[in-house]
Design a protein around this ligand. Structure first.
Ligand code: SF4
Length: 277
């Protein structure tokens, strides 16, 4: 089993933070920010009390800053609606900003050790190959996954599947040494066509260099150091010949609450979570 920092805790807030950090991100990069984030914001209340700019500052380098904004708002809702404790039921978790089916179930399994199945594209691929020997839909994979969690094994079962997806049953499978190999339906069938070829892995991302995502990160990093005037946006974003694009991206971040605009400049927001929920 991989030694990951969030596997040493059952603290629901830390697990929620870990799941936000890991979305669309390699675990190694997520681990660094996870540690910094938990040190700085040890509870939902401490995160909710902090201005958003402090949360974004800790998130620096991880990208997809929208996640940090959602986590800040989720902390506010946990304080306002759940007395500061991460809720223990699926519906309440799903109602938190930025929390979808995967994250909600991950919190239930990894914090509260519930016997629920945590299914992402990697787990869906494993089940398509090992259990069904055909490409499963999202609903089929979830249904099948729920059926095979034995009582009392939710935490270990889901961690094992995540490890299997990372170490063996990736987009290009490494079947040598895979513990499921003797029973794997696809391998036993001898059929060449890969039933897991449909579900793409979480590691696949669109190109970063030259993307809006890269420009967003640069603009936000600059705004965390001080106000950014409109005329500076193009240079700071890395698009010196495209000021319209830089302004569009900055305005989008302002619409999402990740930047504030005033007196001709964009700044990192000082709002606390209760003002954003
Ligand atoms: S034997 Fe290969 S295809 Fe089957 S579950 Fe293991 S890694 Fe995946």
């Amino acid at each position: 089993m991989r030694d990951l920092p969030w596997r040493h805790t059952r603290d629901p807030w830390r697990i929620l933070v870990a799941e936000f950090c890991c979305q669309q991100t390699q675990v190694g990069r997520a681990a660094d920010v996870y540690g910094r984030f938990c040190d700085r914001f040890e509870s939902p209340a401490s995160c909710a009390r902090a201005p958003l700019r402090d949360v974004l500052d800790v998130w620096r380098g991880l990208g997809y800053y929208r996640r940090a904004g959602y986590l800040h708002r989720a902390a506010g809702q946990i304080v306002d609606r759940h007395r500061g404790s991460v809720p223990e039921d699926l519906d309440s978790l799903l109602a938190l900003p930025g929390v979808g089916a995967y994250t909600a179930r991950a919190v239930l399994a990894f914090a509260f050790e519930r016997d629920v199945a945590v299914v992402d594209t990697n787990v869906r691929r494993i089940l398509s190959r090992a259990a069904a020997n055909r490409s499963l839909s999202v609903a089929e994979a979830q249904h099948l996954a729920d059926d095979i969690v034995s009582p009392g094994t939710g935490w270990r079962h889901n961690q094992a599947l995540l490890d299997l997806g990372a170490m063996h049953c990736s987009a290009v499978p490494n079947c040598s040494g895979c513990p499921l190999r003797p029973a794997c339906a696809w391998r036993r069938s001898g059929i060449e066509a890969d039933p897991g070829a449909g579900p793409r892995g979480a590691g696949r991302q669109s190109a970063f260099v030259g993307s809006d995502r890269q420009g967003r990160g640069r603009i936000l990093a600059a705004a965390l150091d001080g106000p950014v005037r409109t005329a500076q946006l193009a240079g700071l974003s890395g698009w010196p010949d495209d000021p319209d694009r830089a302004l569009r991206v900055a305005n989008e971040m302002a619409d999402e609450g990740l930047l504030e605009f005033g007196r001709g400049a964009f700044s990192a927001p000082r709002t606390v979570a209760s003002e954003r929920t």
